[in-house]
Design a protein around this ligand. Structure first.
Ligand code: ZN
Length: 312
């Protein structure tokens, strides 16, 4: 049976492009690994943030829609993302968020900070035992021993947890690990096969009374799962079709190849190949420095750049 070895990336919607870059690259210290446009709408920026090379399991991306309405979190959406930080790094982030004026709450006995990005997307930093051993992308004022490593965990709010769980287990090969009751909510925690250090955990939250969300600024647009290569993606697509769901044809996203489908609770799922990665059109030490366009849009570079809001 084909399996997806983890979460590849999460794509959300941001408002003001400069504000999103400042928060994620400077305040959180993620690397802006790619500045491109939404391939389906080149009038909008698409920013990719991640570790030094944009490894699968570290990538948070944003479509910029400065004129869109704020989203309303609800059922059928990814509602939060937790990043892994090394053990004992929370104290550094508490000081940093206090200095930066980022409101936050503490959880997990002080080992996790819960906060929102400037557009209202719910994020967390959580001390994780495996994080310290992973390579760090350290910025000027964020020491390596405290830097974010990538995704610890992603939370989906769904009306039909059993139907979504079937996609995760039978479609993607993930395993339910634990059930917990949190107030009015039931949480099922899933683990990816072989439990990778990054992007290997996902929570389904459900409740009897769930409002439907509205997608907008601050919402997650979709979640992408990893396929090691095209053959594994083809096999996963068949497993998805066997669940009577309808994945799209393969789309070339330059940095990976993707298929998309909507799971039964309404969350947009993508399956993206690990390769070729972000160094395919600019060297690793220059990632994110310039606007990168796919070959089909390159002839329109001047007009596209002129129409985009200025950044940097
Ligand atoms: Zn995507």
């Amino acid at each position: 049976m084909p399996v997806s070895s983890g979460i590849h990336h999460l794509t959300a919607i941001c408002g003001e492009p400069m504000r999103a870059i400042d928060f994620h690259a400077r305040v959180l210290g993620l690397r802006l690994v790619k500045k491109t446009v939404n391939f389906d709408d080149p009038s909008a920026w698409h920013f990719y943030f991640g570790d030094e090379t944009g490894s699968p399991g570290s990538i948070l991306t944003f479509f910029a829609r400065p004129d869109a309405e704020p989203g309303r979190p609800g059922a059928g959406e990814v509602v939060s993302l937790a990043f892994a930080i090394p053990m004992d790094a929370a104290a550094f982030w508490i000081d940093r968020f206090n200095d930066e004026g980022v409101p936050f709450g503490l959880a997990e006995g002080g080992r996790a900070l819960a906060f929102h990005n400037p557009d209202g997307l719910a994020l967390e930093l959580i001390e994780t035992a495996e994080a310290g051993a992973l390579p760090a992308y350290a910025g000027e004022d964020i020491p390596a021993e405290c830097a974010i490593r990538g995704f610890a965990n992603v939370t989906l709010l769904v009306a039909d947890a059993a139907a979504t769980a079937r996609v995760l287990t039978q479609g993607l090969g993930w395993t339910p690990e634990s059930h917990a009751r949190l107030g009015d909510y039931m949480r099922i925690r899933f683990a990816a096969p072989e439990k990778p250090a990054l992007g290997g955990a996902l929570d389904l939250l459900t409740s009897q009374t769930l409002a439907t969300g509205a997608q907008g600024v601050g919402s997650v647009h979709h979640i992408a799962f990893r396929a090691r290569d095209a053959a594994e993606q083809t096999a996963l697509a068949q497993a998805i079709r066997d669940l009577d769901l309808t994945p799209t044809q393969v789309r070339d996203r330059t940095y990976f190849k993707s298929i998309y489908f909507r799971e039964p609770s309404g969350v947009l799922f993508e399956i993206a190949t690990d390769g070729p990665g972000f160094a395919v059109d600019e060297p690793v030490d220059e990632l994110g420095a310039r606007l990168c366009l796919p070959p089909a849009l390159e002839p329109r570079r001047a007009a596209i750049l002129k129409a985009l809001p200025r950044v940097g």
